[in-house]
Design a binder for this molecule. Sequence first.
Ligand SMILES: Cc1cc2nc3c(=O)[nH]c(=O)nc-3n(C[C@H](O)[C@H](O)[C@H](O)COP(=O)(O)OP(=O)(O)OC[C@H]3O[C@@H](n4cnc5c(N)ncnc54)[C@H](O)[C@@H]3O)c2cc1C
Length: 486
Amino acid sequence: MGLPFNRTPEGRIDQRRFGGHTRNHGEAAVRRSCYAADRTGHMILQTLYQNCIKEGVEFFNEFYVLDIILNEDSGEPVAAGAVAYELATGEIHVFRAKSVVFATGGYGKVWKTTSNAHTLTGDGMGIIWRNGLPLEDMEFYQFHPTGLAGLGVLLTEGARGEGGILRNASGERFMERYAPTIKDLAPRDMVARAMVQEVREGRGAGPNKDYVYLDLTHLPAEQVESKLPDITEFSRTYLGVDPITELVPVFPTAHYAMGGVPTNVDTEVLRDNEHVVPGLYAAGEVACVSVHGANRLGTNSLLDINVFGRRAGIEAAEYANSVEHAELPDDPQGATIALVERLRSASGSERTAVLRKDMQDTMDMNAQVYRTEATLKQALSDVQELKARYANVSIQDRGTRYNTDLIEAIELGFLLDLAEVTVVSALERKESRGGHAREDYPNRDDVNFMRHTMAYKSEDVSGEDYVRLDYKPVTMTRYEPMERKY
Ligand SMILES: Cc1cc2nc3c(=O)[nH]c(=O)nc-3n(C[C@H](O)[C@H](O)[C@H](O)COP(=O)(O)OP(=O)(O)OC[C@H]3O[C@@H](n4cnc5c(N)ncnc54)[C@H](O)[C@@H]3O)c2cc1C
């Protein structure tokens, strides 16, 4: 398709080291990651977009999908379309469709310190959730080790792949103690925990001793400038630090959802452990095919979106060619109009920005790299209180054109739902596995927890919503899960 990968002098696609990419289960780091400088994902996006233009794909830009339409005539849900809000006009549109593919990405904005863009508010997962479909393994959220301290802006793992080293305040290469074989290239969950540990034990750097350093100063300036141009620029722009000559302050940042909308390997969305919703597909970070287990290795999301994005397209097209349109239910946009109108006319005293900040603060404080029963209970009670306050939220812009005030309020609703599901799922997983580290249950417990969490939105006897947890067996294939040793 024409993606400009970095090349070797011989003209072959170059490969670099990345975290957790090893041979023989941790024996030594290997060069397995194809890359385009430090912007591989960006290049994939540009290449796909250009090809879509070439193929005449029609985009509905700045249309926000706020609901799916399901036909339940047969007693089981079947996809019938989607409902979208047009930002430019405030109009609500119904898209009747035989197949619907969700590719709406992750929900990193639940946390304050995140690498994720402002758009990553989990709308897709939230819509699925509100329609009574499950979310899988939401407790498994990845914190990338090297966010710019205090900001969360991502410095790619490729920096350590190129030879970058993490150091504590006294200049020690501390990863030698935590992962003696592959050191700074241990998987992200391990490196993130080591960094937090260094700070907790007083070896953090800076005036508040609350970060560690990424050291690139021993690498040739030419290598840093050419292979890591974006992160070099980010460090200079956002922290005023030049990685060629100075140590860069870094700390873990909320990065990637291993959990999400459960699908089978053909990207069909599951409504329970066994049954799919015909015509409904999900691919990419919004989905949980569970190819990453409890901890994704760097580079594998881009692999995932290419493999499963392609599969979703093929499956959705084949399905659409084989069926008639499902009937639309009466008033398919009714719930969306009610949501928008309620917010547009609300006069409550709560503000979106305040509630969002409080949610992000408690999630950063209580449901981050390390969790305990007490911190998770605190996060749950905070999030539930915020949900109650959200019922009283109002917006200042009541107009119909480019009403981002309204969109942000809607997105906050999705974020609060997902924060609650994440915390409830994390509370019940009383073990540590991959990205989910419980200080009160530090070991992996295969006897009780070698299973996927399936969360469902349910109602108790008094009509109150609550998160009901169920579980799904793990499918074992040729690879026998084993303890990771580096
Ligand atoms: C800074 C950064 C660097 C990364 N680097 C790497 C890397 O080197 N290697 C790797 O494997 N992974 C990397 N990742 C992870 C990877 O980029 C993401 O997991 C991946 O881009 C997810 O792709 P996606 O297509 O599922 O979703 P996204 O690329 O997030 O796209 C989702 C799209 O859906 C849109 N959307 C959301 N809600 C709605 C709605 N309601 N209506 C309409 N549209 C909506 C969003 O605006 C967005 O355009 C990185 C992530 C970040 C944040």
